[in-house]
Design a protein around this ligand. Sequence first.
Ligand code: CUK
Ligand code: CUA
Length: 622
Amino acid sequence: MSTRVTVLVGGSLAAALMVTAGCNPPGSTKAANSDTSVAAKSFVAPGAKDEYYLFYSGGHSGQVYVAGLPSMRHISTIPVFAPYPATGYGFDVESKSMMGKFTWGDVHHPGLSQSDGKYDGRWLFVNDNANNRIARIDLRDFKTRQILGPIPNSSGNHGSSFVTENSEYVLVASRFSVPLPKGRYADPSTYKTEYNGMVSGIKVDQKTGEMSVGWQVLTPPFNWDLGSTGKGPSSGWAFWTSYNSEMAHETLEATATQGERDYAAIVNWRAAEQAVKDGKATLMDGVPVIDPAKVPGVIYFLPVPKSPHGIDTDPSGRWIAASGKLQPVTSVFDFEKIQKAIAAKTFDGDVRGIPVIKPEAVLEGEVPVGLGPLHTQYDGKGNAYTSLYVESAVAKWTLPPWTDAQKKDLNTIVIDKIPVHFNIGHLVVGGSDTKEPYGRYLVAMNKLSKGRHVSVGPSQPESSQLIDISGNKMSMLYEAYTEPEPHFAQILKVDTIAPIEVYPKAENTDSNAVWEASQASVTRNGNKVEVKMMAIRSRFVPDKIEARAGDEITIHVTNVEQTTDMIHGLGIIEHDMNVVVDPGETKTVKFKAAKAGVFPFYCTNFCSALHQEMQGYLAVKP
Ligand code: CUK
Ligand code: CUA
């Protein structure tokens, strides 16, 4: 029976989760595939280029990493939520003010912008789980251009960045529930009555990409987790799973795993948008908040397998797969049946006025994928791939519609399985969240790499494995390591975008930019010293800045180069200051000349044979 609801005896798999995470299966650190002919499949010759970008989230490093596929080579790091001296990020006035008072973030889910359900190469959005923020990277220059947040009435921005079909919104759900509005105190023992979760629609300006908080939907305090957006029949809808429908507030490991099911939220974001237009929202901390008990039609709950961590819409928009970590199955729901159930009010009561859809009415089947299923990706050819955390494997299975024979025994649709090393979290298939996935490659992002690389001491890297999914059988191609910690990634065809490599001089509108030595200047105004500086191979003009102790110094430095890769940096000795300026760019730094002395400054980015000569003095009189 495909609609049977499988429930694993509570606790036993939770124990398995921990045991498996800690043990090292014997012989498992052997090469996954020692056939050297597979090397050719990920080989990108020196000087040759990769076919795809892989944008990895950098977890609590706060950054985004860019690698090439299939080579898996790390190509660049895009700093987002943490200072990064390599590119001078977090030192100049602009990036410092964008980061605000925080010096780190926790990036989990990058989301590429879309038009008509396909990647359009404009922007990459990333969430900050730690400080409730969301950032936009412009793919024209691979730079972070906006950090929005902390988002009001939302705490723990884990359930994002999920981009709608035409990038109308980046959708967000809060992981932790708190008393709202934020700043209000209520003891954790009042969790069930005083705490709330929130789903937020972050509006994206189609011309500039500028994000703003559009609206929010109040929810019970269920720890929202992973989500995805709809398309096709589910266009205008979004989905999240929660891992704490029990509404527990302490020892969640035990208390939040008691229920046999947890809820998924099914949100009609177009209806939310309309409700705000119709004046049905109330302002909370400046944001229109919809109370779903008073505005029906915006949100529904759907029971899904126990302690889920992931709900993924397939490329057609009809099939939605949700996995319960504590059940060995992935549930497949039919969105067409969900729509019918909503229309016919096939509900099983409600939770605080939010209707609960009867799962039997919308469940297509439970696929026995294996132990500890988390996330599912799709190749656009009718196949789904689910990561199995406990089993350390990826399962490949067939999407519906299924034949009667298949429905009778859903074991038959699990067509392949490949071990990964070890304890996989997310996996990514190129374009899985679009209408037209690329298929071809799958990258498994594994939480543990124990013993598969030369030892680097106790701080272990994460491992990622490249799997060829172009054939019937999955085939392991390559293994790479990254800084902690890629949670999720996006794959983009390289030829979708054409990034600039030089900022054209004509585009530089900074009124403090100087393009010729004769325009460079040092001006004093009271205790303020302002420098307009030019950087060119291989000197700074001026190369002497006179100041007095206590002066406030502002330097605008323009890199006048118009050639690719001609980057200059300005590092000032003992001033905790390093700014790196790309060709054609002007950056501004502000600091205090606190003590007297002579402080050399120098170019930090090797730029020419005379790079070492590119230096000067900050001469601070007592
Ligand atoms: S999470 Cu880390 S493995 Cu934040 Cu998407 Cu699933
Ligand atoms: Cu300029 Cu090194």
